[in-house]
Ligand binder design. Structure first.
Ligand code: AAT
Length: 290
């Protein structure tokens, strides 16, 4: 209730809980797929939680959305066709739209209610849907990508929730195989890849599947205070084709002329792009052989 702490408990982070102070509950509802909660927090602005897991807060969403979009898009020259799987809040679309080379953005979100709720409470994110290059598909990401023509996209961004609800299939091998097929040669995938502090086995599994499926595979990470353990990872993969050097971005959006009407980048820059691939010793050990 208003004025109290909300505790997020979940088997994805056993033995701990994270909590935020609720100033006011703004929305609580149940869609066909998940429980949706929006509240005003005391320190992080408005918060969106799905099935009791924080998906974003107004204060730190910039870190996640900017990194998941620009890590892949700044690693290839003039991306044109981009697909987003998940991402119903629109924040990743907002970031992709900064790239003037992009001509076409498909987004496939399973839950229309997430989109509608975000349009009401998170206009700074859902503004992403207003870009004329965006085409929205309400469908299961796995179904959508299965029907995608081969070699269709320069980049695919998987902005999906944790693999315990509707996103379960999004960490399995058949999914990565159809992703690879939908990318052009030398196309790139960026996949939300959990926390190196909490989900070693899941990350190892995703890495080994991707190393079998893609040409190059890297793990990057960023600090997002309201995600469990305060960090989130990204899997960056490219298909066989023109080589992609993820560690040295060749399409530095932060150095391009700032279009006055666009909001400034808050988190991403070329230095943080490069730094995101530096792993702590323990993570290097745990992830190197997978
Ligand atoms: N940008 C906010 C961060 C997210 S949103 C994840 C989105 O993925 C949700 O809107 C959810 O409805 C959607 N989704 C889940 N499963 C599917 C599916 N099978 N097909 C299409 N969309 C799906 C992610 C935050 C990560 C938090 C890490 N702890």
């Amino acid at each position: 209730t208003d004025g109290e702490l909300v505790y997020f408990n979940n088997p994805m982070w056993p033995g701990e809980a994270h909590s935020l102070k609720v100033e006011k509950i703004l929305y609580q509802g149940k869609s066909e797929f998940q429980e949706i909660l929006v509240f005003e927090s005391s320190m992080y602005g408005k918060v969106l939680a799905l099935d009791g897991i924080v998906q974003l807060t107004e204060r730190d969403e910039c870190a996640y959305q900017e990194m998941i979009a620009h890590l892949p898009l700044c690693s290839i020259p003039s991306p044109k066709t981009v697909l987003v799987l998940g991402g119903g809040d629109g924040g990743v679309l907002r970031e992709i739209a900064r790239h003037s080379s992009v001509e076409h953005i498909d987004i496939c979100e399973i839950d229309k209610m997430v989109i509608d709720v975000c349009k009401k409470f998170f206009p700074d994110l859902s503004v992403g849907f207003e870009d004329p290059r965006v085409r929205l598909h309400i469908d299961d990401a796995v179904k959508f990508i299965r029907d995608t023509p081969e070699g269709m996209y320069d980049a695919i961004i998987v902005d999906s929730s944790d693999p315990i609800g509707p996103a379960r299939e999004l960490v399995e091998k058949p999914f990565f195989e159809i992703i690879a097929r939908a990318l052009r040669p030398g196309g790139v995938l960026c996949n939300q890849a959990e926390s190196m502090w909490l989900h070693t086995h899941l990350i190892q599994e995703m890495l080994s599947i991707c190393r079998e499926t893609f040409d190059t595979v890297h793990y990057a990470w960023a600090s997002v205070p309201t995600y469990p353990s305060g960090v989130i990872g990204f899997l960056l993969c490219s298909t066989n084709g023109p080589p992609v050097d993820f560690l040295n971005p060749i399409n530095p959006i932060d150095k391009q002329e700032v279009v006055k009407s666009k909001r400034e980048l808050k988190f991403y820059n070329s230095e943080i792009h490069k730094a995101a691939f530096a792993l702590p010793a323990f993570a290097k050990r745990e992830l190197s052989s997978f």
